[in-house]
Design a protein around this ligand. Sequence first.
Ligand SMILES: Nc1ncnc2c1ncn2[C@@H]1O[C@H](COP(=O)(O)OP(=O)(O)OP(=O)(O)O)[C@@H](O)[C@H]1O
Ligand SMILES: [Mg+2]
Length: 418
Amino acid sequence: MVCVKISLNNHFNHFTASCWGKGVCVITEKVTFASVLDNPIYRDRDLLYKLLPPSGLLHRTEQKNELIMELAPILMNSAVSCVFVYGNPGTGKTAVITELMGELEEEAKKRKVSLTKAYVNCSENRTETTILIDILSQLNPERSYPRVGWTRGKAIAEFTKLLNDLKTHVIVVLDEVDYALKEGGDDILYRLSRVNDTVKSKVSTILISNDVKVSDYIKPKTQSTLGRVKVIFAPYTAEELEDILKSRAKEAFKKEVVSEQVIQKVAEIEASRGGDARKALELLDTCAKIAVARGLKKITLDLVDPALQTLEKDELFGLVSTLTKHQKLLYLAMIKTKASKFDSGKVYKLYREVCEKQNVQPLTVRSIRTFIVNLSELGLIRSEVGWLKDLRKKSRTITIDIDSATRKKLRKLIRDSL
Ligand SMILES: Nc1ncnc2c1ncn2[C@@H]1O[C@H](COP(=O)(O)OP(=O)(O)OP(=O)(O)O)[C@@H](O)[C@H]1O
Ligand SMILES: [Mg+2]
């Protein structure tokens, strides 16, 4: 039997490389290009993940209403103070704000209110300078701004000058702002909250974060100038996820391909794991991919478990690839053996051996102890501190629950990435 790894990067009509590559599924049935492309499952796979689905965003009326109430003054010619949007990953924050920005722009056009918007993803732009340059290039697309080389002072001067020249309403969305706050500090927020005192444009700001503790990273001085409006995106319930999946499945799959029970099960699983619509869609998509690979005409209930396993393995591989070099060496030391339980002394010995083999200078016991805690926080290992009976002292026990096939793949992944 040939083991085929489905991770097609084709550019045919309804499969985009980015989505299809998500969730690699290992399938042992024989598949051909024709069988995949002529499958009876997908109608338009893109529509499963499209940020704004044609059928619209469900179950976010309350949040949309709150935001409309907050943003409406812009259409009456005044700037709004900063609005905070919080919620766990996959709860529709980016989607709802994107939809609302479109609606706001349309209404502004109708009412002849001059409005320009800038959307910045702060996981990509983490410093005040790069955020300002990103905003500048969106507000003034005719000019090409340098990606590097500008000092903070230069970026601020250009930003102020452009806002004075434009004399318009500007709405700035800083998405995933927690990245910028943790790494770049809160200067950008202070600047945006104060900018209206000094320029001829009117700037309104929306901050999106999935870390509710984001205000811990904002200095009291900045907090006092920011608005107090907070819009919370709660995790989706099973019923809400069910509706979302149903409406998106209707667009993405062929008629009657997916049963209510499958959608119900996927919705229940994801509701219990954090109410993330993105993950629910990925799980449903993985069920569909397995159905395609198996040449099935329908997505059946028995595909949910293998789909879950596939995704869990992918998450594990993704997580491991983000570790630092010595964290990888430590993890490699632990998964090299067949053992699934160690004490921390044994782990350090194994780690030193791996370092020696890789010709790397090992770190101290203390650093490794910290890494053990890190790996445990990431869920890669379990680590518990308890009393050792015979030694009469406390010791850390580390447990790893991974099957031998996955260990083998992880070992290769780590070795290749060192
Ligand atoms: N209410 C909804 N109806 C339909 N689709 C939704 C809904 N909420 C989220 N989605 C879909 O789920 C995916 C994730 O949504 P989105 O990117 O808006 O989440 P987010 O809250 O911004 O997550 P993150 O914090 O990870 O950035 C998108 O594909 C989006 O279209
Ligand atoms: Mg988002």
